[in-house]
Design a protein. Sequence first.
Length: 410
Amino acid sequence: MNEYDSERMASIISEDAGFETARDEAGADVIILNTCSVRKHAEERAMSYIGRHIKDKKVIVAGCMAQSMKKELKKQFPRLYAIVGTFKFGEIGEIIRKGGIHTEEAKGVYSVDVRRGKKVRAFIAIMQGCDNFCSYCIVPFVRGREKSRTAVEIKKEIMELAKTGCLEVTLLGQNVNSYNDNGMNFPALLRELVNVEGIERIRFMTSHPKDLTDGLIDTVASHEKLCKHFHLPVQSGSGRILELMNRKYTADEYRQKVSKIRERIPGVSVTTDVLVGFPGETEADFMETADLVRDIMFDDAYIFKYSVRPGTKAESLGDDVPEKEKLRRLNYILDLQKKISEDINNKLLGNVYKVLCYGKSPKNKGEVLATTGNNKKIYIKGEKEMIGALFMVKLVEPRGGGTFTGEVVK
Ligand code: SAH
Ligand code: SF4
């Protein structure tokens, strides 16, 4: 979502004749820092970045931290040039010119008018905000209430992207499964969007497990353009902790949903988020999470250490798992997941997939990057002419970080 917001700001700036994008920080007059508040660590990094640049540059802080910490920011950095809240991205051009504080209460809908350049893959927000109030999470406070965009508007935006050569879109929402445009639910939206000519692939995230329906699974199973990948954050394997988190599903219900997805969609990949060190998480609770990760065998997992977020319900529960213990739990799940991902990926060697080539390899000359529908990342030999096309590729070798080396087959 943050990347999408940065894209929106960048598109406005690039169309404004008054501005030019600098090659690096040293050459810039103004630096816009788009921020995240989901974890304390992200905020600390942003603070130290601002500290490094505030003396020489006009620094603008945008996004979730601007929304939630404007007083602290102003106090710590009186020289800050401007602050742009999550509902003010659309005004970035004007804000660069005049500076100042621009936030408004996180409610209503902000403009999602993105004018963008040619892209093979693009993000599209189909909704904003969140109503779930998981007890640890700051998102509902910085992004406001959940609000779905209309299907007509979303389809129009995708049709425009298709005209510029875009082949893959990722539909974004904090919980896409609760999409609702006057009774049109998420599976119905997907069935509408598969008809957009030129778009070859549609992805979506994030799916909240409590709202994942059979209807969605069946829809994904029956349309080729819908990518066979679910990002389904589980957070914990302990029923007690899930309840304290206000996630509204049990570990068993979660397991059953994953089984159903796998039964109905062969070759599907399932990824997750895990949160360790939630207040009161005992060793026994943690072991339930480890057991779940071991049993389910996710394709990949993002693992986070809990940090207290101001204003959330969990703030009142304290933060009683010591930092050292949180780190141990984090590393335990990381190691476990690494082995699982390796095992899964090794079994895929030799398989042939239709892949979308979307960019140059950032490190290796003569190589390009591609993805499979089920979200595996593959390096293949080739030059930039291949970007923006689909190829049949055989997975020949595993590579670091769950990626592969592949070979184009006829
Ligand atoms: N809407 C998405 C998640 C958005 S936040 C969903 O419901 O899954 C992305 C991830 O950040 C969450 O899945 C959670 O694992 C993590 N996260 C959220 N709040 C956190 C906190 N206070 N401390 C650490 N990690 C957190
Ligand atoms: Fe946060 Fe829960 Fe909403 Fe996800 S669903 S954004 S974790 S409150």
